[in-house]
Design a protein around this ligand. Sequence first.
Ligand code: TRP
Length: 334
Amino acid sequence: MKGRVFSGARPTGRQHIGNYLGAIQNYVKLQDDYDCIYCIVDIHALTTLEATPMKSGLQENIHEMMLDWLAAGLDPQRSILFVQSHVPQVMELHTLLSMVTPLGWLTRVATFKEKARMQPDNINYGLVGYPVLMTADIVLYKANIVPVGEDQLPHLELAREIVRRFHYLFGPTFPEPQAKLTNAPLVLGLDGVNKMSKSLNNDIELAASPEDTRERVISAFTDPARRYRSDPGHPEVCNVYRLHSFYNPERLGELGAECRSAGIGCVECKEALARSINKELEPFRERRAELAARPGYVKEVIADGARRASAIATETLTEVKQKMGLISRQVIPD
Ligand code: TRP
């Protein structure tokens, strides 16, 4: 039997090239070898919404993000693509798992401490339970493989602890979920300092127009020591060069040498990068426009995803409730 993959991502709206290189690309590949379930976690988004409001509404963000996922190759025929709150069983399971999760496990998680520091006036109950909801996401579908970035490893560790404690109390029920670390490169934003992110406005959206992409690339920071065209550059500290490594791997050596000898200027180097990004993204952008033009398509995909996810969820939840003694075993048809 194929393993089951589950991953979730927050509804951040239009995705950028960092999202693609770091996660989406990998989600697409995993479809070949696993049964995959990919979820836009709108309930998780609520834990930080008051402290960091979104520029667009949740509904718009979900729609734009799903369009990007689909255009990038997530296949609704093979995988289950859905929105977290559309399968409300996850909230029931979250409550049940919360009963077996010591509070101390949650308050000592580094990500919780960090978020509490970021939003001291809104350390809400949901924020503390964030990893419990994430555990519920994964185990509701009995997923055994969870592709995530390194920042999520503490949450996965906690998920396994919760699963083990549940098993100790009520008997074996779930697979112990394993993180699958992607060989995801760290993609820095156009500022060359911070991780590429929408909120820092240092990103290049997959769905951007070629002109917009070019303008953004031209605005990117390069080697700060290279102030004049004739100054030799240091590609090893230049983020534009780093981006070339993703979009122009075969020309990297040449570009590096030309930068070091000041044979090529930063503007020229960025023009070349913009051209390569635009070329690479052209089929994606065409596909996205086609899908966006089909009325109701995204809504159909997520409704179908919710139906399929819900069938699995209901089965798991029934089993959990039986084990916890909330319903008797006899009434469950087999
Ligand atoms: N916490 C994850 C993040 O911020 C998102 C997430 C929610 C998730 N539920 C999940 C990831 C389940 C993997 C599995 O990126």
